[in-house]
Every structure is written in structure tokens, then in C-alpha cells.
Design a protein around this ligand. Structure first.
Ligand code: C5P
Length: 222
């Protein structure tokens, strides 16, 4: 590897979860470890790309050779960082698990327990980062991820069309695969084609994914 398949291209990769604050001590998060996204960023560096990594709250060291790393916490911050970094990028790979909702209001003081009563949290919808990029007339080649617990292929193909993506990488969550796991298996879909990448560790899968992204990018954009 290190074949230069992405040489000269600017690639943005998002990774990890988002945390949506409820009050100064609590948040709503998810179980994304960031491993897959960091592996994708590293594989893109090895393929010769200038890589900007937008990272949610994860404790992972940066892959060597990144052009830039931007650490964010919430979906709104990730949205702003990805949009800014994507303006002069040719490819955006969205491997982050972005929270779909955030607390409608963030309390500035710790919310006190009211014994004997239930508590209702009002949630507001977060912006769809891939969706807002694909709505721009000029936008990078867009690669999304779809983590599903069932009907993986059907949901992924629907998401590919609905979000206007150039490629989607679908994985089944559970059974030692996906979130918080070392291994993954991916099914890639693009308009008019698909490819299954067999179960492997995330570094190996990231290399195979990046090779396919480079091939599809050359096919439609070069
Ligand atoms: O719909 P779902 O969240 O499963 O879609 C997953 C894909 O969409 C991922 O690539 C994720 O990074 C991206 N996404 C996004 N903005 C959101 C939610 C998800 O870009 N608000």
C-alpha cells in the first residue's frame, strides 16, 4: 500500500461520536469508538491524500502525516467544522456517528433530582451534515457510512439515494462487529454497483475502502 491512489487530493474524514450536553455534567452520546474513522484517515494519508480529520470526543492519537485535525464535541460543532474543511476538498468520508438529536435547551446549572417524579427531556433535531453538503451545487465526492442492526443492504441503498451520496459503506452492528469492536465487515454500494468486503480488522478494511473510493472517484470525477 502507499500507492498514491489519492495523491494531490484533499480528503476530509469525520470520526467518532458526538456528545450533546444536557447540563454541565451530563450529555447524550453514543458508542462509536472512532477507530474506523481514524483508520480511514490513516489509509487516506498512505494513499497520498492531504487529510483533514474532524474528530468527535475520542481518546485516540492522530495518525501520522495528517494535514490537520479538528477536535469537536457536538453535532453542531462537527457540522461547522466539516463544512469549513470541505470547501476546498475533493472527497468527504463521513465515518462519524453523529447524534440525530440534542437537548432543546442546555441547562447552565446541574439539573437537580426531583424525587418521586419523572423527568422529560425535550430534544431538537440536529443538522444532517452529509445532507447539507449534498444539497450544495458544488460539493466533494461524498462517502457515507450506515451502521444498521438489520436489513443492512436495503437501508444502505435507500440512504445512498436519499442523501445523494456517491458511495455508502454499510456494516452490521452486533455479533462482535461494528461499534467498539476491533473487526468489521462492510458492504459498499454506489450508483450502479456494489462490493462486499469480508470481515477483517478496521485497518485492513479502511485500506480496502479507500482503494474503492479512489477508484470510484477517478471513474466519476477525473
Ligand atoms: O442516517 P444515519 O445516521 O445512519 O446516516 C449515517 C451517515 O450519515 C454517516 O455517514 C454519518 O456520518 C452521516 N450523518 C451526517 N449527519 C447527521 C447524521 C448522520 O452526516 N446528522
Amino acid at each position: 500500500f502507499g500507492n498514491g491512489a489519492l495523491r494531490g487530493l484533499k480528503v476530509v474524514v469525520s470520526a467518532g461520536p458526538t456528545y450533546e450536553d444536557i447540563d454541565p455534567v451530563r450529555f447524550i452520546g453514543n458508542r462509536s469508538s472512532g477507530k474506523m474513522g481514524f483508520a480511514v484517515a490513516e489509509a487516506a494519508v498512505h494513499a497520498g491524500a492531504q487529510v483533514t480529520l474532524i474528530a468527535g470526543p475520542v481518546g485516540l492519537p492522530s495518525p501520522a502525516g495528517l494535514r490537520q485535525r479538528v477536535d469537536v464535541r457536538s453535532a453542531a460543532q462537527m457540522h461547522a467544522a466539516v463544512l469549513a474543511a470541505s470547501q476546498d476538498a475533493q472527497i468527504y468520508i463521513a465515518a462519524a456517528a453523529v447524534g440525530d438529536y440534542r437537548p432543546a435547551e442546555v441547562a447552565d446549572h446541574k439539573i437537580k433530582k426531583q424525587a418521586g417524579a419523572d423527568l422529560t427531556l425535550q430534544l431538537a433535531e440536529n443538522p444532517d451534515i452529509l445532507g447539507s453538503l449534498s444539497a450544495q451545487t458544488v460539493h466533494p465526492f461524498l462517502v457515507g457510512f450506515a451502521a444498521e442492526t438489520h436489513d443492512v443492504a436495503a437501508y444502505a441503498q435507500d440512504k445512498l439515494k436519499r442523501k445523494g451520496l456517491d458511495m455508502i459503506a454499510a456494516n452490521q452492528v452486533g455479533g462482535g462487529l461494528g461499534f467498539e469492536a476491533a473487526d468489521n465487515a462492510l458492504q459498499l454500494f454506489w450508483p450502479g454497483g456494489s462490493l462486499s468486503l469480508a470481515r477483517a480488522n478496521k485497518d485492513e478494511l479502511a485500506r480496502q475502502l479507500v482503494a474503492q473510493v479512489a477508484e470510484r472517484y477517478q471513474a466519476v470525477r477525473a
